[in-house]
Write a protein that binds this ligand. Structure first.
Ligand code: NAP
Ligand code: GLV
Length: 308
């Protein structure tokens, strides 16, 4: 039973110590250590190269270091190799903090006050009660549901949209493409926490964002590929949208001459909404390898044909 780890070295040191202490029967290698590629059954990586995949003839599972798996080149991965995304409490905790920060900033007009401060302008805006600010989440998975749970105590009317129907207490749930426009029409703040797939690429475009109420704002913490950049810029410039928090862009890093950087209504963060926490992630990985070895379902296994 051997795992190859090919990501951040600092996290690797923590994982190695946890594997040694809690799962010493699982061999833990990184590429700097001599190892026989034929012994590697599990690979833990962020974006492994096609060459690396091809060099591992007995690979059974590719574990993502993060929640997303869109960074994998699936065409390089033999069809029998199983793919597992990371579901660990550190990722959810980070996302809850980021989205709460962004929702409260938008709700309390922080973008306007940032602009006013530049001009030394004292310009109070009448407070809108949380009960009158509708917040909607695209993607009701691990992260979307964690975010909705955290937003509930503020009193925002909450809604969500997903591929299959969900029933979440205190959240108006919509499902499927036919329900998308009705969902969007009820979102003063729209949060994207979808995975990037063939179906969701470019979903934040003029056609969909035009269904948001006038003056709505966007938070994209999914992937840069969800957003059609030019459409966002023109909807902001037409004042149909009032602001955007963007944690993800395409490409990353965002080029220095990109118009998003200087736009007065856009807040950019460098893909830091959440980060995989080393200690909890190592234990999640060990538990999943144990489940697999016992013939049980793994937590976060991806349906490869669905893309998430
Ligand atoms: P997840 O548990 O797999 O949930 C995905 C959700 O999206 C599910 O509710 C799913 O619907 C819905 N969905 C997928 N395709 C859809 C479609 N075509 N139409 C409507 N709904 C669709 O994923 P997660 O763990 O919550 O993570 C979500 C994403 O967040 C990741 O894939 C990644 O891109 C992003 N992320 C970003 C950061 C960051 O730092 N910015 C960090 C971590 C993750 P069903 O429930 O019906 O299946
Ligand atoms: C980060 O973006 C992740 O997918 O975990």
């Amino acid at each position: 039973m051997t795992l190859l780890y090919t990501s951040d070295p600092e996290r690797g040191r923590i994982w190695r110590a946890i594997f040694a202490a809690e799962a010493s029967d699982i061999g833990f290698f990184d590429p700097s250590q001599p190892h026989d590629p034929a012994t590697i059954r599990y690979l833990a990586a962020w974006a492994p190269s096609a060459e690396l995949i091809a060099s591992l003839p007995n690979l059974e599972i590719l574990f993502s270091i993060g929640a997303g798996i869109d960074q994998f080149d699936m065409s390089a991965l033999p069809p029998h190799v199983r793919v597992v995304r990371m579901i660990e409490p550190g990722i959810a905790a980070g996302m809850v903090e980021y989205v709460t920060l962004a929702v409260l900033s938008l709700h309390r007009n922080l973008i306007d006050y940032r602009e006013a401060q530049k001009d030394a302008r004292w310009a109070p805006i009448k407070l809108k009660p949380a009960g009158e600010r509708r917040v909607g989440v695209m993607g009701l998975g691990n992260l979307g549901q964690a975010v909705l749970k955290a937003l509930k105590p503020f009193g925002f009317p909450l809604s969500g949209w997903s591929r299959s129907p969900h029933d979440i207490e205190g959240v108006t749930c919509h499902a499927g493409e036919t329900a998308l426009h009705d969902f969007l029409a009820t979102c003063d703040i729209l949060i994207c926490l979808l995975p990037l797939t063939d179906e969701t690429r470019g979903i934040l475009c003029r056609k969909t964002l035009s269904h948001l109420p006038s003056g709505a704002a966007l938070i994209n913490a999914g992937r840069g590929g969800h957003l059609v950049e030019q459409d966002l810029l023109s909807l902001l410039d037409d004042h149909h949208l009032s602001g955007a928090f963007l944690d993800v862009t395409e490409p990353e890093p965002l080029p220095a001459d990109h118009p998003f950087w200087a736009h007065p209504r856009i807040v950019i963060t460098p893909h830091v909404a959440s980060m995989t926490r080393a200690d909890s992630a190592a234990r999640v990985l060990i538990a999943n390898i144990r489940r697999y070895e016992a013939g049980e379902a793994m937590d976060g296994e991806v349906a490869r044909n669905r893309g998430y």
